[in-house]
Design a binder for this molecule. Structure first.
Ligand code: SF4
Length: 696
């Protein structure tokens, strides 16, 4: 045997919502390499991030000791780096740091609990997400708790909750193997959900028709039967035109509509106002193409719709999702093999963190905080007094509330709002104003620049806990290596902090937390910690032996009378439009090698070597008109700020559009983005800002 490792550990990839199962080969407490194993979502496959993106956990920048801000430290917000952190912080024992963290938050709470807010993390386990929301609610008496779902699929969840009664996918992405038509809109799976993309490719190889809709002509275009490169921000006009054709040509499924839906008459009437010839002028897609797509989708035996943040990150993100839901419903494409609605989730555990109640309007399993019965079911289990029945503030609203003086303290676990929030200078100014900020993370993130106390936590590959992927599959994460120095698992830190806030928490292992979650989460019925030790389970699971239901809502929806609802949507323009001063359109997003704000992947040696520098992409003709050569530096300016970044030529980007990844601190995309919010999902419009482009 030529094994070069001394143990192998099976766990789940920490990056995207696909949730690939992975085997880590470990020697002398170092991960040597990673291989895909036979998980339900990946069947042995991995992408470049899973395969090569693990060595950030051994990076010398890892936080290994609790830190407390020095009394004589320079102003908050200055760049704290591994070389200069001593000027800002001093090392502390855990007791000292936890006391300082808890005392600062308790002092603000004791005047008025609402002064404190919390951001939990979609990169932590289900148990850690549950504990975080419980601490804010039980410890501070309100619901000012949120996480990155607000920046990702909050509008999709708002539309799904409203119209089908559940925020999760109706079918796993693997169901595409039973479909004959699929729409992929506003998502770029080859870069952002690469293993899911392999299933999409197989689907087209066996003759499935893939309809790609995206303002960027991205990688899936090569596999598409139809590529609709519509104008950015014009989703509703395009989708309503497609539905108009389905109505005009009587291609809808009357039987399904009568059996399982409501509000069809109003929807049908509304759609009359969106003829393809008129909508072509808005979305830029020829009327005949819209007709062809409508006929292709409506006459499919089985069809699925996948979407990503190109759909959700608009001030009309909820309307975009309402249209997609309506399209599937009118064609009866929910609840059967090869049919369904699937918003592709971003973070590895954004589904689980949302399910666990890390959101300001819902307790675990999307139970409303405004429902007295629901709240008392939780306080019975928690054995403590009541908490507010008012919905809490969301991510961007919390930053505004800091500026207004309403919020004065925050506990931020594993989120990096100093990079990820829209109009990030506004967010950074807010963080600097806080009287007390506790940051818990694995690195000195940009957000840690503003911290009063920094608590060093374990990375995903160093801890135990369950996660839930985009497919509703609950899987077990296992530690492969010990945490460096004094770093601790997030659940342990949460428990110690809660005790110091006066809460009677005695958990000694995440499985005790999981057992408590089950008491008020029906989605976990028949799913036990012991089962998850040996296998992944898809919720809902109908019996202790049932591996779970990949498809739901075949016999009705969790709404009144079991009926889904049609929600008509009108065309709403983006919050700001290109003009003489800012004539181009800026679209931000991810790229294959880097993950979100870059704190992990820019410290992963292979990934950073492949994409070492901030870059943006423009159409070659646009570059020529600007007198810019590929590789030159350009200045991008919006009403919020300016960044300088290297330009690449990319024919996939529409003319007069700029695509800018948000992973690079040296050209932070969110200095430029607009914080205007969708009124329902409260998600910002990351996918559309008016921008000026100049040679640097
Ligand atoms: Fe990890 Fe997602 Fe890549 Fe799978 S597809 S290896 S979960 S980043």
């Amino acid at each position: 045997d030529s094994k070069d490792y001394d143990r192998e550990v099976e766990t789940v990839c920490p990056y995207c919502g696909v949730g690939c199962q992975i085997s880590l080969k470990v020697k002398d407490d170092k991960i040597l390499y990673a291989e895909g194993i036979d998980g339900p979502a990946n069947e042995n496959r991995l992408c470049v991030k899973g395969r090569f993106g693990f060595d950030y956990i051994h990076h010398p920048h890892r936080l290994t000791k609790p830190l407390i801000r020095r009394e004589d430290a320079p102003a908050k917000g200055l760049n704290v780096e591994p070389g200069n952190w001593h000027e800002f912080f001093r090392e502390a024992t855990w007791d000292e740091a936890l006391d300082a963290a808890a005392n600062g938050l308790a002092k603000l709470r004791d005047d008025d609990g609402r002064r404190v807010a919390g951001f939990g993390s979609a990169k932590c386990s289900n148990e850690e997400a549950y504990l975080f929301q419980k601490m804010i609610r039980q410890g501070f008496g309100h619901n000012n708790v949120d996480h990155c779902t607000r920046l990702c699929h909050a509008s999709s969840v708002a539309a799904l909750m409203e119209n089908v009664g559940s925020g999760a996918v109706t079918a796993t992405f693997n169901e595409i193997e039973n479909a004959d038509v699929a729409i992929a809109i506003g998502c770029n799976p080859i870069e952002n959900h690469p293993v899911a993309a392999t299933y999409f490719k197989q689907f087209t190889k066996r003759g499935g028709k893939l309809i790609v809709m995206d303002p960027r002509g991205q990688g899936m275009k090569r596999f598409a039967s139809h590529m609709l490169q519509f104008r950015a921000g014009s989703d509703v006009s395009m989708l309503n035109a497609i539905m108009n054709v389905i109505v005009e040509e009587n291609l809808y499924d009357q039987q399904y509509i009568e059996a399982f839906t409501e509000n069809w008459t109003a929807m049908k009437e509304h759609l009359k106002g969106f003829p393809p010839e008129e909508m072509e002028k808005i979305c830029g897609i020829p009327a005949e193409t819209l007709r062809d797509v409508a006929r292709t989708f409506a006459t499919a035996k089985s069809a699925m719709i996948f979407w990503g943040m190109g759909v959700s990150q608009h001030i009309h993100g909820t309307d975009n999702s309402r249209c997609l839901i309506a399209l599937a419903l009118m064609c009866g494409q929910v609840g059967r093999p090869g049919s369904g609605l699937h918003p592709l989730r971003g973070q590895n555990n954004v589904q689980g963190a949302s399910d666990a109640g890390l959101i300001p309007m819902f307790l675990p399993d999307y139970q409303s905080v405004t429902d007295d019965g629901v709240r008392s079911a939780f306080t019975d289990v928690w054995k403590s007094g009541d908490f507010s029945n008012e919905k809490g503030l969301t991510v961007v609203e919390i930053m505004d509330a800091i500026h207004d003086g309403q919020i004065k303290g925050m506990y931020i676990l594993g989120e990096n709002p100093a990079m990820s929030d829209p109009d990030v200078d506004h967010a950074r100014d807010a963080l600097a104003k806080l009287e007390h900020l506790v940051v818990q993370d694995i690195f000195l993130t940009e957000t840690a620049n503003y911290a009063d106390v920094i608590l060093p936590s374990s990375a995903w590959y160093e801890k135990t806990g369950t996660v839930t992927n985009t497919n509703r599959q609950v899987q077990m994460g296992r530690p492969a290596v010990p945490s460096p120095g004094d770093a601790k698992e997030d659940w342990w830190i949460e428990v110690e902090l809660a005790k110091r806030l006066g809460l009677d928490w005695n958990y000694t292992h995440p499985k005790e937390v999981f057992a408590e979650m089950k008491l008020n989460m029906k989605s976990f019925d028949n799913i036990t910690w012991d089962r998850l030790e040996t296998t992944a389970v898809t919720y809902p699971s109908l019996s202790p032996e049932d591996p779970g239901q990949p498809i739901v809502f075949g016999d009705g929806f969790p709404r009144s009378e079991g009926r889904a609802r049609f929600a008509p949507a009108s065309v709403i323009p983006p919050a700001e439009f290109p003009d003489e001063e800012y004539p181009f359109i800026l679209i931000t997003g991810r790229q294959l090698e880097h993950w979100h704000t870059g704190s992990m992947t820019r410290r992963a040696s292979v990934l950073d070597a492949v994409e070492p520098e901030a870059n943006c992409s423009l159409h070659p003709r646009t570059l020529r008109e600007l007198g810019v050569a590929p590789g030159d530096y350009i200045k991008l300016s919006t009403r919020r700020g300016t960044v300088t970044v290297m330009a690449r030529a990319d024919r996939a980007v529409a003319e007069k559009n700029v695509f800018l990844p948000f992973a690079y601190v040296e050209a932070a995309a969110n200095i430029l983005t607009n914080s205007a919010l969708d009124p329902y999902g409260k998600i910002p419009e990351f996918k559309f800002s008016a921008v000026r482009v100049e040679k640097a």
